[in-house]
Design a protein around this ligand. Structure first.
Ligand code: DGL
Length: 281
C-alpha cells in the first residue's frame, strides 16, 4: 500500500488554466507529487463539441495512466462536463472532475437558494452544473451564464481589477445575469481561468446585486475533494516534514505545444514553472 500511496496524482486540462488546481493541491497536500498535462495544442476545449472533448480527454487520461498515477483530476470544467462519466466507468483509478466539488460548495454556501454558474459555452450547454446542483438540492434555482470572452482575457493577462477591458466584459455578462436573477447570492466560477478574475468578479457582482456575492472557486474545492477522496481510498500520503518538498519539485509538467506556455503558465501556478516537457498525444 505504501508503494501505491507514493504514486503521483495525474491532472489534466485543455491548457495551462488547470495549474490553478495544481497550485491549490500542492499547497493543501504538501507530500503529494503531481504529473500535469496541458493540452495546449488543442486549447480551447470550451468551443468544441462534447464528442470531441471526450475524445481529447481519453487521450489525456491514457497519457497520465502511463505515468502510473493513483488518481486522475480533470482540472477543466469543460472536460469534466463532457467526459467525467465516461472516464469514471472506463479507468482503473479514481477520477475527480471540477463540476461536482463546485456544485457541492455552492449548494452549501447559498442562503437565497439561487445560484449562478459562469462557464465556457460547452460547459453551460452541457447542463452538467444544473444536474449536479439539482441532484444535491432540488429546490435550488440555477441561472446559467456563458462567458466565452473571459478565457482569452485571462490568457492575455488582462485580469487586474483596474483593467478597464476586463471590467467592461465582466460587467456585460453579469448585467445580463442580474436581469434574470435578482436574488442570486452565489456564483460558481465554473472555469479554470476565472479564479484569476476573482477580484473583478467580486467587485462588479457586489455593485450590481447591491451586496456581497459568494464566489465558489472550483480550484480550491477540487483540492479539498482530492484530499477527501485519497483519504477514503487509503492513498493519501501523510503530511510529514521528511516528505515535504518545494511545490515545484513535486510537479512534472507536460504540454502538447510550447508557444506562450512560459509567459502564461506562471500566472496560473502563482510561481515559476519547472521545466516543461513537450509531448504528442
Ligand atoms: N479549461 C477550460 C475550462 O475550465 C477553459 C479553457 C478552454 O476552453 O479550454 O472550462
Amino acid at each position: 500500500m505504501a508503494a501505491d500511496r507514493s504514486r503521483p496524482i495525474g491532472v489534466f486540462d485543455s491548457g495551462v488554466g488547470g495549474l490553478t488546481v495544481v497550485s491549490a493541491v500542492l499547497s493543501r497536500l504538501p507530500s503529494e507529487r503531481i504529473v500535469y498535462l496541458g493540452d495546449t495544442a488543442r486549447v480551447p476545449y470550451g468551443t468544441r463539441s462534447a464528442q470531441t472533448v471526450l475524445r481529447y480527454s481519453r487521450n489525456a487520461a491514457r497519457f497520465l495512466l502511463a505515468h502510473d498515477v493513483k488518481l486522475l483530476l480533470i482540472a477543466c470544467n469543460t472536460a469534466s462536463a463532457a467526459a467525467l462519466p465516461g472516464l469514471r466507468s472506463e479507468l482503473p483509478v479514481g477520477v475527480l472532475g471540477a463540476v461536482e466539488p463546485g456544485a457541492e460548495a455552492a449548494a452549501r454556501v447559498t442562503d437565497s437558494g439561487e445560484v449562478g454558474v459562469l462557464g465556457t459555452l460547452a460547459t453551460i450547454r452541457s447542463g452538467a452544473y444544473e444536474r449536479a446542483l439539482l441532484a444535491l438540492r432540488p429546490s435550488l434555482k440555477i441561472h446559467l451564464q456563458p462567458c466565452p470572452l473571459l478565457v482569452p482575457l485571462v490568457e492575455e493577462g488582462w485580469n487586474d481589477p483596474s483593467d478597464p477591458v476586463s471590467d467592461l466584459v465582466v460587467r456585460r455578462y453579469l448585467t445580463d445575469l442580474r436581469a434574470r436573477a435578482p436574488v442570486l447570492d452565489t456564483l460558481v466560477m465554473g472555469c479554470t481561468h476565472y479564479p484569476l478574475l476573482r477580484p473583478t468578479l467580486a467587485k462588479v457582482a457586489e455593485e450590481l446585486w447591491g451586496h456581497k456575492v459568494s464566489l465558489v472557486d472550483s480550484a480550491e474545492v477540487m483540492a479539498q475533494a482530492t484530499e477527501r477522496l485519497l483519504s477514503e481510498q487509503g492513498l493519501l500520503l501523510p503530511k510529514s516534514p521528511e516528505t515535504e518538498l518545494h511545490p515545484t519539485e513535486r510537479l512534472r509538467c507536460f504540454v502538447t505545444d510550447e508557444a506562450r506556455v512560459a509567459d502564461v503558465a506562471a500566472r496560473f501556478l502563482g510561481q515559476k514553472l519547472p521545466q516543461v516537457e513537450l509531448v504528442d498525444l
